[in-house]
Design a protein around this ligand. Sequence first.
Ligand code: ZN
Length: 316
Amino acid sequence: MSKTEKVQLHVPALEELCVVLQSGLQTNFAEVQVSVVECPDLTKEPFQFPVKGLCGKPRITDVGGVPYLVPLAKKEKEYDMNVISKEVELPGGFLLGAGAVASRVVGMNAEMMPLVLTEVEGRPAVNGSYFSSINPSNGQCLQEKYSDKFSDCHFGLMANLYACEGKPGKVIEVRAKQRTGEQSFVTALRKTLEGHYPDKSIALGGTFVIQKGKAKIHIMPREFSVCPLNTDDDVNNWLKHFEVNAPLICQSVLVSKDPGLDLRVEHTHLFSHHGEGGHYYIDTTPDIVEYVGYFLPAEYVYRIDRPTETHGVGRD
Ligand code: ZN
C-alpha cells in the first residue's frame, strides 16, 4: 500500500453552513429546511448503527479507487476497516460510507454499505454493514447483513468513508421535499458548497433517509468483467440498474473540490429494512420525494492507496 496522503479541509461553522445550504438547495427542491440539531440516536430505527452519533473528530478517506475496478479488476486490492481506522488516526473509530466487498472473502463481487465500529484493545469490532449482490435465481437485488455471513471487516477495490468517534453532538439536519431541479440530493449539496466556496475544499459525511418515493441504484454483477471496461458506457452496460423503494437509509461522502488527491467527489450507498440496497444515483419520484439527512463537515481527507494509473471512467 502506498503512503497515505493527508490534507486539511476548510470547516465552516455549522450555522454558516446552514445558511449556505438552505439557499443553495432551494434552487433544486421546493421545500428546504436546514438547521443545527442534536444528532438523533443512530442506534435507533431506521438507522440501527453501532454508534449513537456522527460526532468526534470527523474526517473522510478515499481508499483505492475505480481504477482498481476498471478497465479490469485488481482483485488483490483488499483492505481492513480496522487498519483504515488507524490510517485515518482514529483507531476504534466508526466508519460509514460506500465501497465494494472483498471478493476473496465474500466469494463474489458486490456492493458494500459499510457501518463499522472498528476494534480497539479489549473490544472487538462491531460490523453493522450490509452488502448487496445480484440474486442469481431471479436477477434481482439481494441485500444481506454482512455479519450474518462473515465475521471480518474487510472490503475491496475502493471505498469512500466518513470516520468519527461515533459520539452524540451537534450536526446539520437537512430536510428537502419535492425535487424541482436536475441534481440529486447529494450533488445539490456538493454543488452548493462548490459554488459558495470556489477556492476551498469542504467535505461532508453522514447519513440521510429517503422517506418517500423511489430511487435509481446500481449493483455490480457477481462476476468481474473479463472484457476491459474502457468507457462510461462499457461500465454502465456491465452494471445492473434497479429502482428501489423508500424508506432507504443512505450513507454519503462528498467533497466540494478535489484538493489534488484524485478523489471521487461523491459516493453514496444505501440500504433498507426491506431487502433493497446498492449505489445511489438519484430519486426517480421528484414530485413526492422527501429527504432528511444528518451531516458534519470533515476536518481532514486521507487518500489511502491512491492508484498510480488513473482515469475518470465510472465515477458516477
Ligand atoms: Zn458505489
